[in-house]
Design a protein around this ligand. Structure first.
Ligand code: PLP
Length: 365
């Protein structure tokens, strides 16, 4: 029998502490980064792909890749002696910010949409964040623009940093997310052909591309996957234009509904430079991919995190990836975040209520 050996990639270190094993006291951290890369056991073979992998960003301390951003951002806030900040969030930034702020004694106020999934809202609440649910925020581009303008003004007037997970607002913090790229390169021994990235505002995609720019010899194609219901990047890419139009978002995929140009224009440039493609997927395809991740790969993820796989399935249909290519899907957030989507998937497998005496006949039938 092969003895069990935990699959650990490299020494345990936080994303922003690349060299020492000891915690760096000047770094705000909960142990983010250095997430596992695992092989696909089902979807790869089914799609005819020999080398499909999942990067488990859901294993970050608050359950999403946003911890890489917030660790870097809160480090800056602590260095500057900031006592209060304000943020906007579709859920995961807020959950992460609330957690790090609780740890480092910063009061945070977070503007969210009333539709934010329960798991993300509860994370923010238990860590003591001030939650402000604004009607129309995120779904309506007009309300969202108004909220952003108001917060930018107040942030300046009140000297209270505005935390938004996009390079347009927080470039230094977002640089923390770039750590995904060197980790991936190292985990793949430098051989990586495609990375599929779920895109909302585009900060994650931008960070992954910038990260690869800094890794000598690394040039994977990085692909955008976006819901058809909020196609800021996909639409501009398909039309061959360089500017992004605001949209009225109809997607229900939490995290990927960003109806204005947060980092979308930057994404377009990076996408064209690296030779990637932009895939629009229906919400139903995302939920189907999530069910496959849950029931066939054993990966407990939220819908946004399964979007990369939905995009890969499209790419296979268009013969954009080869069967020997090394492909990574970023699994960006945890299943606990979005209990509603999990409940729908669980409904396919109802439990059976039995008397103890019926057990044997049931199990042997
Ligand atoms: C789980 C998850 N995946 C992907 C994204 C997309 O990231 P970005 O808005 O930077 O494109 C988000 C954003 O909130 C998210 O929460």
């Amino acid at each position: 029998m092969t003895p069990y050996k935990a699959h650990v990639f490299g020494p345990p270190r936080a994303a922003n502490q690349p060299t020492s094993l000891m915690p760096n006291p000047s770094q705000a951290t909960l142990g983010e980064g250095n997430t596992p890369l695992i092989s696909s056991v089902s979807m790869g073979p089914k799609l005819g792909l020999k080398n499909l992998y999942f990067k488990l960003e859901n294993c970050n301390p608050t359950g999403s890749y946003k911890d890489r951003f917030i660790a870097a951002e809160v480090t800056r806030l602590v260095e500057r002696g900031v006592k209060a900040c304000v943020a906007t969030s579709s859920g995961n930034t807020g959950a992460s910010l609330a957690s790090y702020c609780a740890r480092y004694g910063i009061v945070c106020s977070i503007v969210v949409s009333p539709e934010t999934p329960a798991g993300k809202l509860e994370q923010m609440r238990v860590h003591g964040a001030r939650l402000l649910q604004v009607k129309g925020f995120i779904s309506s581009s007009e309300v969202t623009e108004t909220v952003m303008q108001t917060l930018e003004r107040l942030s300046g007037e009140q000297n209270m940093p505005l935390v938004v997970s996009a390079f347009r607002y927080c470039p230094e913090g977002m640089a923390g997310v770039q750590s995904i790229a060197p980790e991936l390169s190292e985990q793949c021994d430098g051989e990586l052909d495609h990375v599929f990235v779920p895109v909302g505002g585009g900060g994650l995609f931008t960070a992954v591309c910038r990260g690869f720019d800094e890794v000598p010899g690394a040039a994977p194609k990085v692909h955008v996957v976006q819901p058809q219901g909020c196609p800021t990047v996909v639409e501009a890419f398909e039309r061959g234009v360089d500017t992004v139009q605001p949209v009225e978002s109809t997607t229900k995929i939490s995290g990927l509904s960003v109806p204005f140009d947060a980092d979308a224009t930057t994404v377009l440039k990076a996408l064209r430079a690296n030779g990637g493609q932009a895939f629009g997927v229906e919400d139903a395809e995302v939920y189907e991919a999530q069910r496959m991740m849950l029931s066939e790969e054993g990966i407990y993820c939220e819908p946004a995190a399964a979007t990369a796989l939905a995009g890969l399935r499209r790419a296979v249909g268009k013969e954009i990836v080869g069967c020997d290519d090394r492909i990574v899907c970023l699994v960006t957030g945890h299943g606990f975040k979005d209990p509603e989507s999990i409940a729908r998937a669980a409904a396919e497998y109802p439990p059976v209520l039995l008397e103890a005496g019926e057990l044997e006949s049931r199990l042997t039938a």
